[in-house]
Design a protein around this ligand. Structure first.
Ligand SMILES: [Fe+2]
Ligand SMILES: [Fe+2]
Length: 473
């Protein structure tokens, strides 16, 4: 072997590794699959926790981070499932608990009662444990024989590094030393769970210390009540009907971009709502969860595009009242399938002329390149979402018309009690539009258009798809 040369010294073995590494015994297929199943379990549980905790987490930035990280974990879980399926492994057993103490480890994080515990559990315990396991796999396995697994590990490590960094930055501002001291016991419990599992990958000696559940002593219950941080001061405000303004031909494109940025930012309620469908729907094929989570992430991305739109104009988005009335109403009044029906029904309405193409045309006509760009991608994403709706919602019905009708019926049944909220003092439905429009005109260096300034249509009588709200709602 020492004298072996490749042709004119070209890279050996497709550039994967040298001969010494390729001659390493590495992991058997059996051991490789055993470990892959544990990584898969970790990705699935991380996906579950990130998703389940979006709705009731008040901090907007964490909602967005969780949305992305749920999507990434779902993608890596998908890749790992496929790889296990390539490894002479039927039955795959991918729906089973990988190991009892590992289950407690993730249950404890899922049931973390505060944002701080959740952040530390996810980003300082679970993610690093998975990183260490994947690094160990790359170090242990034969890089030639097990190249497909190595590739998955490397891709996953790339993104897990991003998660870790996000978590470190979040922990640095949310958590201090006193907090850590006060929560040392629980953090040690998480370490004990991993030790009792022989590490996340089960390659270390199993610690014999008995594990007692704390946050998961009573089973986790999903909280579908959306919460927001203090930058959302009026979450029941439905005082400005963005759709009526957007589709009114008398108004020019530029102020409409402002309303579109508002509409995008308000979409943070879609991850809040989709998280409830994904969390409360059991027994679907894995690809259902993966596709729905991709859409959930897209909707969070749309919200951030709205945020960027305001930042680009140096406007304070806290001055526009980003409400949670839609996610609140759907999560608390409808069953998961009914929520999906409403989502599908609304998205059907976005495909014709009066929808995403129109918004993109407004963006282009406005002369604001970022409004045009965001609507361009928003439209493309919506086409994907329509496909996801066809694959996972529509197929449950014999007749597509019936599926759409069911969505309309469910949406009509939702009680969004505009007047009662005002009577109960939850909101005054204050018209915030003139203030933000005036501020935008200052940025643009133009005088406010009196007709635009005078816009004051609320959601009292017209719901977001421009249907007149029935007397009951
Ligand atoms: Fe969207
Ligand atoms: Fe969408």
């Amino acid at each position: 072997m020492n004298t072996y040369q490749t042709y004119r010294g070209l890279p050996a073995l497709a550039g994967l590794c040298g001969f010494e590494a390729a001659l390493k015994p590495g992991l058997t297929v059996e051991e490789c699959v055993r470990r892959l199943k544990r990584y898969h379990y970790a990705c699935k549980r991380l996906h579950q926790i990130f998703t389940a905790r979006i709705t009731a987490e008040p901090i907007y930035e964490l909602k967005n981070g969780f949305s992305l990280h749920a999507h990434l974990c779902a993608e890596h879980a998908t890749a790992l499932r496929r790889r296990v399926g390539e490894m002479r492994e039927p039955p795959l057993g991918l729906e089973q608990v990988a190991e009892a103490n590992l289950e407690i480890f993730f249950d404890e994080i899922l049931g973390a009662p505060t944002t701080e515990e959740l952040v530390v559990g996810l980003y300082e315990k679970a993610v690093p444990a998975l990183q260490a396991a994947l690094e160990q796999h790359v170090a242990d396995t034969n890089p030639l024989a097990d190249q497909p697994s190595v590739r998955l590990c490397r891709f996953a490590l790339l993104e897990l590094g991003d998660l870790r960094q996000f978590g470190a930055q979040a922990a640095a501002v949310l958590i201090d030393g006193a907090w850590r001291a006060a929560h040392a016991d629980w953090l040690a419990l998480l370490d004990d769970c991993l030790a009792a599992a022989g590490g996340l990958d089960g390659t270390r000696p199993v610690a014999a210390k008995p594990i007692r559940r704390r946050h998961s002593a009573t089973p986790y219950r999903y909280d579908g009540h959306p919460r927001r941080d203090e930058r959302f001061p009026d979450p029941y405000n439905m005082g400005v009907n963005a759709e009526v303004f957007l589709y009114d031909e008398q108004f020019p494109p530029r102020p409409k971009t402002l309303m579109m940025f508002y509409k995008r930012l308000r979409e943070i309620d879609v991850p809040e709502m989709m998280a409830s469908i994904i969390t409360e729907t059991t027994g679907k094929p894995w690809d259902y969860y993966r596709d729905m989570t991709r859409q959930l992430w897209d909707e969070a991305r749309h919200a951030m595009m709205g945020e960027v739109g305001f930042v680009g104009l140096e406007l304070d988005w806290r001055k526009v009242m980003v409400n949670f009335t839609w996610s609140l109403a759907l999560n608390t009044q409808l069953k998961p399938l009914e929520r999906h029906a409403v989502l599908y029904f609304i998205e059907q309405g976005l495909m014709p002329r009066n929808g995403k193409r129109f918004e993109w045309e407004v963006g282009v006509a406005s002369g604001n390149p970022i409004a045009a760009l965001f609507q361009d991608y928003d439209w493309a994403d919506e086409v994907l979402h329509a496909r996801i709706g066809r694959d996972w919602y529509l197929k449950q019905f014999d007749d597509p018309k019936q599926a759409v009708q069911y969505g309309d019926d469910c949406w009509s049944r939702v009680l969004i009690d505009w007047n009662k909220w005002r009577a109960d003092g939850l909101t005054q439905h204050r018209n915030w539009w003139p203030e933000i429009y005036r501020a935008a005109c200052q940025r643009w260096g133009t005088e406010p258009d009196p007709a635009v300034l005078a816009f004051h249509t609320t959601y009292e009588a017209v719901r977001a798809d421009l249907k007149t709200i029935s007397a009951s709602a």
